[in-house]
Design a protein around this ligand. Structure first.
Ligand code: ASP
Length: 351
């Protein structure tokens, strides 16, 4: 379903509504929010008409709560963006906040040489609510998706715009379930900040080679587990994960700068998994900072048995990057090489 509601002008933005609170209503029977069709966007946000851009909308049928987003949904979005690539100057994806950081991370790896703004946004309160944060988020996201400098997009990246800040998508994490500032980019500066004017942080934005042809990676491998360690973690639980059939990678969420329990049973289980060919990637449970294996004796053994450092990647970036890399049919050595390389600005490579 595609709806055109403004006259064609020079700049064009496609708004893709996937679901999420921004378009939800409070179901009187259930007493909970559920996604509804987001038709007549211009009626809900009449201010959109003042832009004068060509704005088109496409809606997921049915729209979903982002807790139900899956790699198939990312593939659907990526294919749609690829199909519409040459027709629009920028794209705004309306999405629930719960898994927005996963979708943004996945799209940043799936869309290669895309070179156009893909701005994900949503809200904590439905757009129909008086105090909604959705209107400002939507309006500014459109403005960013449309902005140009010297004929080129100001931000040709997959981003999240939320509560006045524009973040690189694969650096974000949802940090707040209640307040409007739902997202954080703990290890990378924001790309823009909206106040009276939108102030762009040009030095932090990634500009690509515009001569390269855009393409999408749509093969994703979900044989991945996240193993979050905690004091008292039990051998049977770790064993159940490391011995999961067909498992190809584990994101090991560790303490601080990549530290873990050093009990023999734990190290032996990880070591056995690595010997079987499972990739284990060390990501810190901390909101910010980087993994530095070997800094403490409690991470020396991890390094020794072949656990790979995820440096300052978020869990969302680590999971989606692995999904993509595992499916590229590369020798394991090369997969490890790319895990430690910044593919889409998702990690800070050590000096
Ligand atoms: N559960 C909602 C979703 O992720 C929350 C939101 O949109 O903020 O779709």
């Amino acid at each position: 379903m595609q709806k055109k509601f403004l006259n064609s002008k020079e700049i064009s933005v496609l708004i893709v509504y996937t679901g999420g609170t921004i378009g939800m209503i409070n179901d009187p029977v259930m007493g909970s929010y559920r996604p509804v069709n987001f038709k007549n966007l211009s009626k809900k946000v009449p201010d959109l008409k003042s832009f004068g851009y060509k704005l088109d909308t496409i809606s997921f049928e049915p729209p979903i709560d982002s807790s139900n987003m899956k790699p198939d949904s990312w593939i659907k979005i990526a294919k749609l963006l690829k199909k519409k690539h040459s027709l629009y100057d920028g794209f705004v994806i309306l999405h629930g906040t719960d898994t927005m950081a996963y979708t943004a991370s996945a799209l940043s790896f799936m869309l290669q040489n895309f070179n156009k703004p893909v701005i994900l946004t949503g809200s904590q309160l439905p757009i129909e609510t008086l105090r909604t944060d959705g209107k400002e988020n939507l309006i500014t996201a459109i403005e960013i998706a449309a902005s140009k400098r010297k004929g080129q997009a100001k931000v040709p990246e997959v981003c999240i715009y939320f509560e006045n800040k524009l973040f690189r998508g694969n650096r974000t994490t949802k940090r707040n379930a209640t307040f409007f500032d739902a997202f954080e980019s703990p290890n990378y500066v924001y790309l823009a900040k909206a106040g009276i004017k939108i102030k762009y942080n040009y030095k932090a934005i990634k500009y690509h080679d515009y001569s390269k042809i855009p393409f999408i990676n749509t093969n994703l491998n979900t044989n991945i587990a996240i193993l979050k360690v905690f004091p008292g973690i039990n051998e049977n639980v770790v064993k159940a994960i490391t011995e999961t059939k067909k498992l190809e990678a584990i994101v090991l969420e560790t303490f601080g700068s990549g530290n873990c329990i050093t009990d023999d049973w734990f190290i032996n289980l990880l070591s056995k998994a690595i010997d079987k060919g499972i990739i284990i990637l060390n990501i810190t449970q901390c909101l910010g900072g980087t993994v530095s294996q070997g800094k403490y004796t409690t991470s020396v053994l991890l390094k020794k048995i072949g656990v790979i450092s995820g440096y300052d990647m978020t869990t969302e970036a680590a999971v989606t990057k692995l999904m993509l890399l595992l499916e590229l049919n590369l020798p394991k050595k090369e997969i490890i090489y790319y895990i430690n390389k910044s593919i889409a600005g998702e990690l800070t490579e050590p000096d």
